[in-house]
Design a protein. Sequence first.
Length: 316
Amino acid sequence: MKNILIIPAIILPLCVRAEIPSKFNGLSGATLRAAISAEYQPAVTVEKIVDMRGGTDVGRYYDIFSGTVADVSELRASDIVPSEWFYSVYPSDCYNTLLMSEEAYDTRRDLPLGVVESVTYDNGIWRAGTTSVSGIPVGFYRPPAEFRGDMARVFFYYVTIYSPEALNPRGYMMLDATAYPALTPYAREVLMEYHKADPVSDDEIARMKVIAAAQGNINPFVEYPELADYLWGEKAGETVVIPGQPVPLRGEYLLTDERIDLVSDYVPSDAEWTVDGRRVTEAYLVPSKLGVGNHQLRYSSRSGAAGMLTIKISEK
């Protein structure tokens, strides 16, 4: 049995949603996923299990699959993203680990989570069974309602931090063996539904704080829930735009974009710009004024730095 780290019952004020950090401003898709991964890697590997809600006695643990507090000796360690889905070495991470009853462990196994049409097990809190996928019955389990968002955010965390690519066929319902998007269309739909329907709670924040103290990293999808939408939700593919922060230059824009900020990590802040040979007097350009097509930007600075890039503006 692994060491057990129990979160005591904690009463917190209502959680306040944090703003996405400015370091992610102007990023999207695979670039955004890579930046999040680099920022929130665990500092150490911790061989501990953290309760998803909290117990009040040493050796007692809240079993989310039975809705009761049980002795730790009566429960088994399991993974939210199952280790059985991978050929490669499977990293130990407190965010991905929970305890459950022997019955839940044997019934849930390494099934993907989702909708269950033909029920083979149901205790009123969670269920397991099969659903027809392309005419073939596939095993699924449906988590307890109050933990669906929590478990979705663990999936988001795991595929972002670890980029699991060495999959065996059992994982293909949820994961696509790429660094990004990492999740299959089915998984994106189900997990985003869970994420929206069951928002971050005070208990989830309390658990994150205990894990962060132990292994040195937060779950960014608990701290900044909107990030999931930029990676897998309705904003997937869109650039993160933080109000009041200029967005670094990129290669392509839409005619409907509000502005093109003339800033970049690779260009001096005192640079002077021209667009298509005309001097620019503002700190930004307006796509609708430039029009559809390619436009040449040139810059020079007092330090002697100079350069050129081409941007493309499309209707859609």
